[in-house]
Design a protein. Structure first.
Length: 204
């Protein structure tokens, strides 16, 4: 197993608290994609740190960084502007949308499409109490989809919400969806990407 470089430059990112496993008795895990430490990059305090090993805890919305065998830390979220995780030949880019929990979208959000309109997915995990044999709690995952349009962020739960949001080109989008047999599925946020790309192309 490889560990992070401990040079003085890398020491700057070791800004956080020591991680403790608080959920050992809960079935499943609290992480996005995998409970393993994945390779990725982090923009931290205005600097880019590449090829780190970390996990994204979507229950607490925190980055868990592997320093060495004895040290795992939770990164200081206020100093992280974005990060990218690499998993199975694919990269997932997350932006820090801020710490205001009263905002519609806050914390880390996966950027799926970045154009004149923007598509985000917010992943989270919850704990279902006594879900396993009425003895153990269990993690389950959910997500919410958001579109930023004209500088404002809107929640989009499915096809109807998306059509309402893009109402100025609704007829063209319906025609595009029909001709291309394009599915718009809430459980597949990537199915929204082609629709937003087409909408943006119509408005160029």
């Amino acid at each position: 197993m490889e560990f992070q470089d401990t040079t003085l430059e890398k020491q700057q990112i070791y800004n956080g608290r020591i991680w403790r496993d608080l959920y050992a008795r809960v079935d499943g895990d609290q992480y996005f994609l995998s409970g393993e430490f994945l390779f990725g990059d982090v923009s931290f305090n205005g600097r880019e740190f590449n090829d780190l090993r970390f996990r994204y805890d979507i229950y607490n919305d925190e980055i868990i960084l592997l320093v060495n065998l004895r040290t795992i830390i939770v990164l200081n979220k206020e100093m992280v502007s974005e990060f990218t995780l690499r998993y199975r030949n694919r990269s997932y880019r997350f932006l820090n949308m801020g710490s205001d929990s009263t905002s519609l979208l806050w914390g880390y959000a996966n950027l799926l499409y970045d154009g004149p309109s923007t598509l985000f997915v917010k992943y989270s995990k919850k704990i279902e109490l006594m879900a396993v044999d009425n003895k153990y709690d269990r993690f389950y995952q959910q997500h919410r989809i958001y579109v930023r349009k004209d500088g404002m962020i809107f929640p989009v739960s499915g096809r109807i919400d998306l059509y309402k949001l893009l109402a100025d080109k609704k007829a063209e989008i319906r025609d595009f969806v029909k001709k291309n047999n394009q599915k718009i599925l809430r459980n597949n946020p990537e199915s929204f990407v082609r629709i937003l790309q087409y909408y943006d192309d119509l408005n160029r």
